[in-house]
Design a protein around this ligand. Structure first.
Ligand code: COA
Length: 263
């Protein structure tokens, strides 16, 4: 499948989706969202990508937001539909069975920050910058930023960031818990791919369960979250990979996980 605004390759069980509009700092227009949606569809249908990594082309930006050049021609209803489209694509990303890592190589602003926050975790280059600068355009975040940022950094910091439009550097984002790890720019992709390949060799049933239980549990009370955990623990226990994991431990050898979804 060839795309205009992104590239997508799969190697060693890891899908690499690169936002590729460097002249617009990889800003998200409706066509780019359609292309991401199509890739997510293909990952759901064909399980060759067991882990997905998102990054941006060029050395300046991950994604510098929604494409502002589209805004003057949008009426309020079209703006609402554009926000819903972005939100739906980001929900699809969040709900993918496979782990998704944001490999943030530069600016992750507006829709770019919202995109990164829809991934399971964020690895950032020491040159990365995060923020929700929509206030500078007289608007508010529209692709889930007010909600996911609040859940990640708390209400007061989320309000401060959305109200001032201030940018965070990678280390500030790390201190806030927005970013999981920071790497020197030249090592970021290689280090991210190393972890992605490691996850591609892990039990798919267990990875999916971790993702689902943490995401759904975080939106529930503790008892409901623990109930979901016990249910998913039972499901993971029944997998072929769980049997192999215990057997390998007892035989003092490395487990050979197959990633099979069967029991
Ligand atoms: N949408 C459309 N085009 C964008 C864009 C966006 N979100 N962000 C950057 N671009 C374009 C610029 O218009 C410029 O195009 P040009 O070369 O044709 O003039 C090109 O990308 C380079 O950007 P520029 O502003 O010249 O780079 P810079 O290094 O001076 O600044 C940023 C980088 C990221 C700070 C700045 O581009 C910016 O503030 N972008 C908008 C971020 C934003 O508000 N995002 C939320 C949108 S809702």
């Amino acid at each position: 499948m060839s795309h205009e605004n992104i590239t997508f390759t799969v190697e060693d069980g890891v899908g690499l989706l690169t936002f590729n509009r460097p002249k617009a700092l990889n800003a998200l227009n409706p066509k780019t969202l359609e292309e991401v949606d199509a890739v997510l569809d293909s990952i759901r249908r064909d399980d060759s990508a067991r882990v997905l990594v998102l990054t941006g082309a060029g050395d300046k930006a991950f994604v510098a937001g929604a494409d502002i050049s589209e805004f003057p021609s949008m009426n309020p209803l079209q703006a609402r539909l554009f926000a819903e489209k972005g939100q739906n694509v980001f929900f699809a990303l969040e709900q993918l069975s496979a782990p998704v890592i944001a490999c943030v190589n530069g600016y992750a602003l507006g829709g770019g920050c919202e995109l990164a926050m829809s991934c399971d975790f964020i690895y950032a280059s020491d040159k990365a910058r995060f923020g929700q600068p929509e206030i500078n355009l007289g608007i508010i975040p529209g692709f889930g930023g007010t909600q996911r940022l609040t859940r990640l950094v708390g209400r007061a910091k989320a309000k401060e960031l959305c109200m001032t439009g201030a940018m965070l550097d990678a280390h500030e984002a790390l201190a806030l818990g927005l970013v999981a790890r920071v790497f020197p720019a030249e090592e970021l992709l290689a280090e991210t791919m190393k972890v992605a390949r490691q996850l591609a060799g892990r039990s798919r049933v267990a990875l999916r369960a971790i993702k689902q239980v943490i995401d759904r549990g975080a939106d529930s009370d503790l008892k409901t979250g623990c109930f979901l955990e016990a249910e998913a623990f039972g499901v993971s226990f029944a997998s072929t990979d769980a049997k192999e994991g215990a057997q390998a431990f007892l035989e003092k050898r490395k487990p050979q996980f197959t990633g099979s979804l069967s029991q």
